[in-house]
Design a binder for this molecule. Structure first.
Ligand code: DX5
Ligand code: ZN
Length: 224
C-alpha cells in the first residue's frame, strides 16, 4: 500500500561551502530524509562527497540520512558510510556483479538497504532482490547531475514496482519504500505520487532560492 508522502531533499543542490547550515535549514523546513548523493567519477561522470562529509554532517540533523551510492566498486566503502552515520544505503545493480551480496552486507551492518534502477534498467532487474531490500529507488534521470529533466518512462516503472511491492509485503509487517529521484518539481511530484511513489527526492526544487524558501519549497512538493 502506498505510504504517506516523504520528502528527501538532495544536498547535491545545497551550498557546498556551508553544508552544515544547509542541512540544519532543510531539516527545520520539514525534510523527512536528508538525501546524500555519492558519486565517484567512474560509475557516474561526476565526483561529490565521501564518508568524511557524511560523518561531519551527522551532528547537524537527527533526520534519516539516505545515502545514495553511485560508485563502483561498492563493497569496499559500505562499512565506511555505515560507520559515518548513514541510515539507508542505496546501491545500483549496474555498479557491480554481486549486488545481492552488497545488500546483505548493508543489512549485516544494521542499516536499511535500498536498490536503485537507472532509466535504462528494466524493473525486472530488482525482482530477485525485493526480499532483501527496504527501499526501491526509481531513477527518473540518468544519475550524475542535479537539475536534469524528468524522464517520463519512470512513471510506468513506479506503477509496476508499486504492484510488485504491494504483493510482496501483503500480510506481513514488512515495508518497502518506493522512492523516485531526478527532475522532481511540483508537476512531476503529482505524477509520481499518482503512480505510487512514497518518497520523493528533490535537489533543485528543494534548495531553490536559499534557506528562506526551503519551507515553502517543501510545502509545494507535498501539496497535491
Ligand atoms: C542524480 C542524483 C539526484 C539529483 C536530483 O544523480 O541522484 O539525487 O541530485 O536532483 P534534481 O532534483 O535537481 O533532479
Ligand atoms: Zn540521488
Amino acid at each position: 500500500m502506498q505510504q504517506p508522502i516523504r520528502l528527501a531533499p538532495s544536498i547535491l543542490s545545497a551550498d557546498f561551502a556551508q553544508l552544515g547550515a544547509e542541512v540544519r535549514a532543510i531539516d527545520e523546513a520539514g525534510a523527512d530524509y536528508i538525501h546524500v548523493d555519492v558519486m565517484d567519477g567512474h560509475f557516474v561522470p561526476n565526483i561529490t562527497i565521501g564518508p568524511a562529509v557524511v560523518r561531519a554532517l551527522r551532528a547537524h540533523s537527527q533526520k534519516i540520512f539516505d545515502v545514495h551510492l553511485m560508485i563502483s566498486p561498492i563493497d569496499p566503502y559500505v562499512a565506511a558510510f555505515a560507520d559515518a552515520g548513514a541510515d539507508i544505503i542505496t546501491v545500483h545493480p549496474e555498479a557491480g556483479p554481486h549486488v545481492h551480496r552488497t545488500l546483505q552486507l548493508i543489512r549485516s551492518l544494521g542499516k536499511k538497504a535500498g536498490i536503485a534502477i537507472n532509466p535504462g534498467t528494466p524493473v525486472e532487474a530488482v525482482d530477485p532482490l525485493l526480499a532483501d531490500v527496504d527501499l526501491v529507488l526509481v531513477m527518473s534521470v540518468n544519475p550524475g547531475f542535479g537539475g536534469q529533466s524528468f524522464i517520463s518512462g519512470a512513471l510506468e516503472k513506479i506503477a509496476a514496482l508499486r504492484a510488485r511491492i504491494d504483493r510482496i509485503v501483503a500480510g506481513t509487517p514488512r515495508r518497502i519504500d518506493l522512492q523516485v529521484d531526478g527532475g522532481i518539481n511540483q508537476q512531476t511530484a503529482r505524477l509520481v505520487r499518482k503512480a505510487g511513489a512514497d518518497v520523493l527526492v528533490a535537489g533543485t526544487a528543494g534548495f531553490a532560492g536559499g534557506p528562506a524558501n526551503y519551507a515553502e519549497n517543501l510545502r509545494r512538493l507535498r501539496e497535491l
